[in-house]
Ligand binder design. Sequence first.
Ligand SMILES: C[S@@+](CC[C@H](N)C(=O)[O-])C[C@H]1O[C@@H](n2cnc3c(N)ncnc32)[C@H](O)[C@@H]1O
Length: 188
Amino acid sequence: MQTISVAVRRNIFLKGIFRFSSTIPVKTSINDKSLEYIYRVGIRNAPIKEELLAETRKIYPEDADMSTDRIQGDFIENLIISINAKKCIEVGVFTGFSSLCAALGLPSDGKNFALDISEEYTSIARKYWKLAGVDSKIDLIIGPALDSLIKLRMEGHENSFDYAFLDADKPNYLNYYENLGSIIQYKT
Ligand SMILES: C[S@@+](CC[C@H](N)C(=O)[O-])C[C@H]1O[C@@H](n2cnc3c(N)ncnc32)[C@H](O)[C@@H]1O
């Protein structure tokens, strides 16, 4: 049995929509067999992920912890693969780590709609998506996410997304959730 320190975001699933809130450091006990299993099966080896996180830390030392962390990114990739998602949406891109992980899990004809307000942050994202060869799977939409979500609805994306990740602008989460409600397809 080992005690490990992990940063945990309290994860909330509502009707299939994956919502994160605050990140909290916790100590947890885990037996060696489980730990070995997580590292053997859960970690996806992709040096490009480490490179993106390293450049983010270098350019934005103050803001780098906005990135989804490495193990959560691998979880996203595994989740996308395991639910066989083809169409994803993310609110909050920053330098593109979670979008990169989602896109790596998508099939070649899959699409991840990535919404952010910042041209500056997402210029780093674009660079790494291209380097990873997943840029054709990501549609970056720049602008306030609420406007972009409403536009997507009006453009006919009703009930068509398999996965959504809310990771920006927390005061608007409820508004995002309500707008996502009509474009996520609920599978029973
Ligand atoms: C927590 S970071 C996203 C982290 C990203 N998911 C990752 O794993 O690296 C939050 C992002 O939300 C963006 N943002 C803040 N307010 C926004 C808004 N109203 N609409 C769209 N994006 C917004 C910021 O520019 C920032 O890049």
